[in-house]
Ligand binder design. Structure first.
Ligand code: FAD
Length: 313
């Protein structure tokens, strides 16, 4: 049917789970082969991890000091050069992929297919629109390579246990000098990564203040969970922007999502549609969050959270 190339997402020498999710999406195409490309200064460790993903034929490595940081403008010409010979080029619909893949699509002269949540055919895909309130089927032209981002919340990680061949790829691409790495400013946290965590505890405006948010952090730590927040909590300055869950924040699919003092606005629910079990804690029994919650606790969060924490001890 065709060949799929997946661009590996990685950080600090570790492969991101989003790559194995892209492999699942690629498998749905029933292609002749699936390859992964790892672009890094030293890709060996990440490539070895990628080679273990079942269903992957080859892991291509592109070692270049310029690839030490994931700068879309630097990576894109290399991916575009490698794309020749592939029918599909997939990347995750994460910050990394949303930055990179449109550049790849532009270099290849095609329109990107965004947020693939289901594969309907080799060139037909389902994706959410209107903040996830409607699903549309889009068709990419059959005579061009398909460049797409994969909605990670919609796909499970492909199994491990594979043993793909790892080989260095020759890339003939001129790298731009107009975009250079200056530095990275990112919130440091020892907690699990919000986008890939299996458990997430989120706080909303109901938490009331930055200081009060300690109760959310404490409870999350008890569960080994990542911390998220509603936009209202972010806008009020309780937590930094990167914790926002929802339409304009992160789309997540943890096994357990606990929404604390969050009303359940549609823009927030968009971000947690694919969560396994949703628990809501809210003092207003009529809050819309209870319409989608699997477990609802009506009451004051400042009373319920310590009680829950105690019960977990
Ligand atoms: P509120 O709606 O104010 O709800 C607070 C809740 O806390 C209430 O239900 C209240 O009963 C409860 N509460 C208060 N005190 C307590 C207590 N002591 N104990 C228990 N419960 C208590 N929102 C997002 O979250 N993510 C997004 O990505 C996002 N994107 C948006 C994009 C657009 C274009 C727009 C227009 C809006 C977006 N929003 C987003 C905002 C969204 O519409 C809501 O305003 C926001 O989600 C509300 O946050 P909240 O539930 O924390 O606050």
């Amino acid at each position: 049917m065709g060949k799929v190339l997946i661009v590996a997402e990685h950080l600090d020498g570790k492969l991101n789970a989003s790559t194995a999710k892209c492999v699942s999406a690629a498998q749905a195409l029933k292609p002749d082969s699936i390859d992964i490309v790892v672009l890094a200064a030293d890709p060996a460790g990440v490539a070895a991890e990628a080679a273990q993903i079942a269903g992957v034929a080859n892991v291509l490595t592109v070692a270049n000091a310029a690839n030490a940081n994931a700068i879309a403008q630097v990576l894109a010409p290399q991916v575009a050069a490698l794309a020749k010979g592939y029918t599909h080029v997939f990347g995750p619909s994460t910050t990394f992929g949303k930055d990179l893949m449109p550049c790849v699509a532009a270099l290849l002269g095609v329109a990107q297919v965004s947020d693939v949540m289901a594969v309907e055919g080799t060139h037909a895909f389902k994706r959410p629109i209107y903040a996830g309130n409607a699903i549309i089927t889009v068709e990419a032209p059959a005579d061009h390579a398909v460049v797409a981002t994969v909605r990670t919340a919609s796909w499970p990680e492909a199994a491990r246990g594979g043993s793909a061949a790892v080989e260095a790829a020759d890339v003939d691409a001129a790298l731009p000098s107009h975009t250079r790495y200056i530095g990275l400013a990112a919130g440091k946290s020892d907690r699990p990564d919000l986008q890939s965590a299996r458990r997430v505890v989120s706080g909303g405006r109901g938490v009331g203040s930055k200081e009060n948010f300690e109760i959310i952090y404490k409870f999350a730590d008890k569960l080994g969970a990542a911390v998220g927040a509603s936009r209202a909590a972010v806008d009020a300055g309780y937590v930094p922007n990167e914790l926002q869950v929802g339409q304009t924040g992160k789309i997540i699919a943890p096994e357990l999502y606990i929404a604390v003092g969050i009303s359940g606005a549609i823009q927030h629910l968009t971000g947690i549609k694919d969560a396994g079990t949703i628990v809501a804690i809210n003092k207003d029994g009529d809050a819309p969050i209870f319409e989608i919650a699997d477990v609802g606790l009506v009451g004051d969060l400042f009373q319920l959270l310590p009680e829950l924490e105690q019960a977990l001890s």
